[in-house]
Ligand binder design. Structure first.
Ligand code: CP
Length: 329
């Protein structure tokens, strides 16, 4: 795998391979082998044109745990603010010998352009582009679901377990509800693709104003009724952040109102109490507490939100290893 640009790049075998590799990385960390020599001599550039806490820090941690040299580049405070183009920024990174470029950009398609325009030889990993894709978020979400739930799905019970380790191989038959601002969510797009590739059934739940045009062609169900979807016993409920900054940038307001939104689409204590005993609560972060998720839900025993962040390091170690370790120096 030279690049990772989209969850659609991964067929079932490739996705399972990344998740298995991430499990091996997590096992080394659990054994307190904090640093592996795998990427010694390689340079990874974190090229972030949009703000990030979790993704940027976990890619940096992952690269350092694989012994790579890391350069953090933030558009704020760089020559991008003087008008420098993506092409000239890329040529600069190429001149500095970047082997891997982890890119987050507000424009959908920017990582694809970087990977295919011929400006750099480096591997390109998409760390979130516009409303398009966030493949490593989907991988860490699948990794987290697998750790908690693989083999529980109606269609996959037992059959999808590895005979030696008992670890689930895929998410066959699991039901995942993805709830909230689907319109602006690269996390939703990536998760629908990856989770269905791995055999899960996905239901998107959103107000009609926050559902993208063409969603009927996606491989999932769509509902406008959160309570009805929760009555269908999802194994995982993934709450999405309401992206108010993208609504303002598009000249739109928040509709429905925040109060209506949290009443109709928020995960609160009442809805939390209706979930199956084994169901988990997820959120990619950052959260709007009190809007899409209440403090009771975010901090409950069902919540795996902090674990998602921790799993992000192992998953990103796996992605950097699989894209960079086999490259010639
Ligand atoms: N989930 C996620 O992408 O978070 P950050 O924006 O903090 O990286």
């Amino acid at each position: 795998m030279k690049h990772l640009l989209s969850a659609a790049d991964l067929d079932r075998a490739a996705a399972v391979h990344v998740l298995d590799t991430a499990a091996e990385m997590a096992a080394t960390q659990a054994r307190e082998i904090k640093k592996l020599p795998t990427l010694r001599g390689r340079t990874v550039v974190n090229l972030f044109f949009e703000d990030s806490t979790r993704t940027r820090i976990s890619f940096e941690t992952a690269a350092k745990r694989l012994s790579a040299d890391v350069i953090n580049f933030s558009a704020k405070g760089s020559s991008v603010s003087k008008g420098e183009s993506l092409k000239d920024t890329a040529l600069t990174l190429q001149a500095m010998g970047a082997d891997g470029i982890v890119v987050r950009h507000h424009a959908s398609g920017a990582p694809h352009l970087l990977a295919t325009a011929g400006w750099v030889d480096a591997s390109v990993v998409n760390a979130g582009d516009g409303t398009h894709q966030h493949p490593t978020q989907a991988l860490l979400d699948a990794f987290t679901i697998r750790r908690h739930l693989a083999g529980r799905g109606a269609a996959g019970a037992g059959a999808s377990l590895d005979a030696r380790s008992g670890v689930g191989l895929d998410l066959a038959g699991l039901h995942v509800a993805v709830v909230g601002d689907v319109l602006h969510s690269r996390v939703a797009r990536s998760n629908v693709q990856l989770l269905t590739t791995l055999g899960a059934r996905v239901t998107l739940v959103a107000p009609p104003t926050l559902v993208p045009v063409g969603v009927e062609t996606w491989p999932c169900a769509v509902s406008y009724d959160l309570d009805a979807t929760l009555a269908d016993s999802p194994d995982a409920v993934m709450m999405l952040r309401v992206q108010r900054e993208r609504m303002s940038a598009a000249g739109g307001g928040f509709f429905p109102s925040p109060l209506e939104y949290s009443r109709l689409f928020g995960l609160d204590a009442r809805r939390l109490a209706t979930l199956s005993d084994h169901a988990i609560v997820m959120h990619p972060g950052p959260m709007n507490r009190g809007l899409e998720i209440s403090a009771e839900a975010a901090d409950s025993a069902r919540s795996v939100i902090v674990e998602q962040v921790a799993n992000g390091v192992a998953v990103r170690m796996a992605v950097l290893y699989l894209t960079l370790a086999t490259k010639e120096s």
